[in-house]
Write a protein that binds this ligand. Structure first.
Ligand code: GLN
Length: 550
């Protein structure tokens, strides 16, 4: 069969999940991308989310984690943030797909009579749309290898079509397509022994799709021993050296280094007939990853937010990029961050006295929407301002910093954002004009001011000095803005708008002068989305430096 020996020229590594979710498939995918690019290959990473949402923008962050916005404005899953951070480059729309997107394209084509009267079916039409999207991602990125993470776990009803698309690619180009299964090996406390059986079952399930994994990444609390490696090899039909031990780690940035200890890049490249480009160059990464363990100082950072209650558990995924951005700047300053989650509702209702915030070296109010805990956040901001605790406001945190200033310094009692009180006598933060119609028509999906926009910086400001330039581009996700009608009054009272859109209309950064406060700065954009391990964000750097100084 000629097709079986065909080669597409382009290589694909599909990463699928076995046994259960939440064991680090995203980090494994990002790490595979990292180690392959460290061998001199050009790699793109693709995330497939099998749900019917067209993008991640309409989902509740408490349930689904952070919405990660690309330069283009596409609202994606938080894994895309890890991909960008590990690869140290921007990703594009073609590197992300949801079932919502895939079906929407097929249905639109059907409406346009492009299927010439035929039935339109999951197979072949939806499957082929998936393959076309993968090819487009490779073409646009001009890459050698595409690493694709298929969301969900083997056996899910929802991701079967994606596995089928991958099987087809493998059938047509067996030398160019590999499968990696990230599986979980439990160590039940009652027996204290690592169990391989669930992984054996997961592999059999994958086999029933016509797919055989080439590599198994064995996630567990412990290292995989020789005995279990051999057992897995026999029962799962995988070479013993193709089974990679992936025990829990203190820092996710150690994962690529651990993979290389088991020679994963060598294995993948050999099997893909790509061996020999260069030895892995992970020196800069290693230096960064080591710093994660060696911080001499501690930066105690309080994050005042609301997206963390899930039953009895505290979930910090909604603020993932913020946490990572703090880490990168702390490590760069020889410090370890100690992050505390502060529930704004508890400050608001008095369960947590606001002056308990004095124990932090720095306070952040991150992005958010709606009313919950708003007054608690404003109380925290006031406390940071009055007590000269370094403060960094991200999006909502900048808007509320401006409201706080209007209320307590300018003296505009009841000042507010119209998101909370449309009838406020002082709408300091007001809806962007182009958003009014959208909200009226319930046109919520993908319609905020999204993605990268330029911002001009005022010379001599904290922001301009931190960036070391007078113009930057940063990513946005908001519907409201500082009301231009109040800008003059706020400035006269001492607030400095040090970053503006090039036409001067939108206030992108607010700050207090250095002689008034050591660091009180808010951004309408989300700087955390641009922070990278090997390129920490200048504003997070300035904030962490101020926190360590005070
Ligand atoms: N809710 C605010 C707005 O829509 C802030 C959004 C955010 O923090 N991302 O403008």
């Amino acid at each position: 069969m000629a097709a079986r020996r065909g080669t597409s020229g382009h290589k694909y590594v599909f990463v699928v999940g076995g046994v259960m979710s939440g064991v680090g498939k995203g980090i494994a995918t990002a790490s595979i991308g990292k180690i392959l690019s460290a061998r001199g290959f050009s790699v793109n990473l693709v995330k497939i989310d099998p749900y019917l949402n067209v993008d991640a923008g309409t989902m509740n962050p408490t349930e689904h984690g952070e919405v990660f916005v690309l330069d283009s404005g596409l609202e994606t899953d938080q894994d895309m943030g890890n991909y960008e951070r590990f690869l140290n480059r921007d990703l594009g729309n073609e590197d992300y797909m949801t079932s919502g997107m895939v079906y929407q394209s097929v249905i639109q084509r059907e409406r346009n009579l492009e299927y010439q009267g035929h039935f339109v079916e999951a197979i072949p039409h939806v499957r082929d749309e998936i393959v076309d999207r993968l090819k487009k991602s490779a073409e646009i990125g001009k890459t050698d290898i595409t690493v694709v993470e298929i969301g969900g776990t083997i056996g899910d009803f929802q991701n079967a079509l994606y596995i089928e698309a991958a099987r087809l690619l493998h059938m047509r180009h067996p030398d160019d397509v590999m499968f990696v299964m990230v599986s979980y090996l439990p160590v039940p406390s009652t027996i204290g022994e690592m169990k391989t059986r669930p992984t054996q079952h997961a592999v059999r399930e994958l086999n029933s799709y016509g797919v055989q994994p080439d590599v198994i990444i064995a996630r567990s609390t412990h290292q995989l021993d020789k005995k279990r490696k051999e057992k897995l090899a026999i029962w799962c039909n995988v070479e013993p050296d193709h089974i990679i031990s992936a025990p829990d780690v203190e820092s996710i940035y150690d994962v690529p280094l651990n993979f290389e200890r088991d020679k994963l890049s060598e294995i993948l490249l050999t099997d893909l007939n790509l061996a020999g480009k260069q030895e892995p160059d992970l020196a800069a990464w290693k230096e960064f990853a080591t710093k994660a363990h060696n911080g001499k100082k501690t930066a105690k950072i309080g994050i005042v937010g609301k997206y963390f209650d899930t039953g009895d558990f505290v979930l910090s995924d909604a603020y993932l990029s913020v946490i990572e951005a703090i880490k990168f700047s702390a490590y760069a300053n020889d410090a370890k961050p100690e992050i505390t989650w502060i529930n704004a509702k508890e400050i608001q209702n008095g369960d947590l006295p606001v002056d308990s915030l004095k124990e932090y070296d720095g306070i952040i109010v991150p992005g958010g929407f709606g009313e919950t805990g708003i007054e608690g956040k404003i109380m925290a901001i006031k406390f940071a301002r009055e007590n000269k605790i370094p403060y960094f406001g991200l999006c909502y945190g900048m808007q509320l910093m401006t409201v706080e200033y209007a209320r307590h310094v300018v003296g505009l009692k009841d000042a507010n954002t119209t998101e909370i009180n449309p009838d406020t006598p002082h709408p300091i933060i007001a809806i962007l004009p182009e958003q009014i119609e959208k909200l009226k028509n319930k046109d919520y999906g993908g319609t905020m001011r999204l993605g990268a926009y330029p911002c001009d910086l005022a010379g001599g400001s904290i922001a301009a000095d931190a960036y070391g330039t007078n113009s930057v581009s940063e990513r946005h996700r908001h519907r409201y803005e500082v009301n231009p009608e109040y800008v003059k009054q706020l400035e006269e009272a001492g607030l400095v708008f040090s970053g503006r859109s090039p036409d001067g209309i939108l206030m992108e950064i607010a700050e207090l002068p250095r002689d008034v406060h050591p660091f009180m700065l808010g951004t309408q954009f989300h700087p955390e989305l641009r922070a990278r391990p090997l390129a920490p964000h200048p504003l997070f750097d300035a904030f962490i430096k101020a926190a360590l100084d005070t």
